[in-house]
Design a protein around this ligand. Structure first.
Ligand SMILES: Nc1ncnc2c1ncn2[C@@H]1O[C@H](COP(=O)(O)OP(=O)(O)O)[C@@H](O)[C@H]1O
Ligand SMILES: [Mg+2]
Length: 310
């Protein structure tokens, strides 16, 4: 659905996005993470053909970026929810969505059907005739989402869609994203909300001008350092660790606080053997758990050091 090769954007002497190569299959919810100024919005604007790229190539929803003949086709296939949503405040919720549908030259019966379906989904149908000036921030964001979806796009670009929303409105937005996924649509989501990415994205990419890493949250969490089983014991000692290490070779066994940390490949297969080895060495087991880095650990390491997590 999205394929880019060394996508780059410079503003004067500032390189905002540097050589981003991405492959996003149809039906995926892809989370684009990165600190302020990382180039998330600029990347999204290039992918949506709202700003030209300086170099590189890209194909989005079957359209070639930078090819004027593909421009209109791209507009019809994608929906963009920008960072700062501008609604016509004096118009009603219904009229705001209808206006966008007409810009897309939708026929009136389909337009009416879609508006009703979307405003009902957003729980706004009862308020459809009120001017959006009277709406809360969360309600406005839902109108903006309905507007982004009115022409049935197959690919959605959402730029920090839950920023500054209260928890309930943020949940509605996340539910809409999951609903879009169930319908087989592809979602490209800019966020710096790590927990959100973890909850709704199939894969995430971490950007800081350059793309630092891409993968499923699960693979990022275990990938670089591998999996570890931690065995918390009653009386930890280096001697116990050494005995366990000898029994479990060639696995690594390290003493960390009151825990023996064992490098594993398949915890479910290996944990019984590990527990048996600790008991045979005279250890009294209090707890066995899997260690993993949180997405936040990985994110902070990458963004601050620019290197791979240890
Ligand atoms: N229109 C523009 N003109 C000049 N510089 C810009 C423009 N848009 C973005 N930038 C710069 O590009 C960099 C990336 O910005 P942006 O894509 O908005 O990052 P993010 O969305 O990750 O916060 C920043 O340094 C920003 O100042
Ligand atoms: Mg941004």
């Amino acid at each position: 659905m999205i394929h880019t090769d060394r996508l780059t954007k410079r503003f004067g002497t500032v390189t905002a996005v540097d050589g981003v190569s991405l492959d996003i299959p149809e039906g995926e919810v892809f989370g684009f993470l990165g600190p302020n100024g990382a180039g998330k919005t600029t990347t999204m604007r290039m992918l949506a053909s709202l700003v030209s790229m300086t170099s590189g190539t890209g194909e989005v929803a079957g359209c070639e970026l930078g090819k004027p003949a593909d421009e209109l086709k791209l507009r019809q296939r994608i929906g963009v929810l920008p960072e700062n949503v501008g609604l016509y405040e004096s118009l009603s919720a219904y009229e705001n969505v209808a206006y966008f549908g007409r810009l897309h030259r939708m026929d009136e019966p389909t337009l009416r059907q879609n508006i009703e379906r979307l405003l009902r989904m957003m729980d706004l149908w009862e308020k459809k005739d009120l001017p959006t000036a009277t709406f809360s921030k969360g309600m406005k964001q839902k109108v903006a989402l309905a507007r982004t979806l009115v022409h049935d796009p197959i690919l959605l670009f959402l730029d920090e869609p839950t920023a500054n929303l209260d928890p309930e409105a943020a949940k509605t937005v996340r539910d809409v994203v999951l609903d879009l996924k169930r319908q087989g649509r592809t979602v490209f989501l800019n966020t710096h909300h790590l927990e959100e990415a973890q909850r709704i994205c199939d894969r995430v990419g971490i950007l800081r001008t350059k793309l630092l890493t891409v993968g499923s949250v699960e693979s990022l969490r275990t990938g670089a350092s591998g999996k570890h089983t931690a065995v918390r014991v009653d009386r930890p000692s280096e001697q116990l660790a050494a005995t366990v290490r000898a029994r479990l070779a060639p696995r690594t066994v390290e003493l960390s606080g009151d825990r023996l940390v064992v490098g594993v490949t398949d915890p479910e297969q290996e944990n019984p053997e590990i527990a048996a080895a600790v008991m045979a060495a005279g250890g009294r087991i209090l707890e066995v758990s899997q260690l993993s880095q949180s997405l936040e650990d990985i994110y902070l390491k990458l963004v601050h050091e620019g290197g791979a997590p240890a």
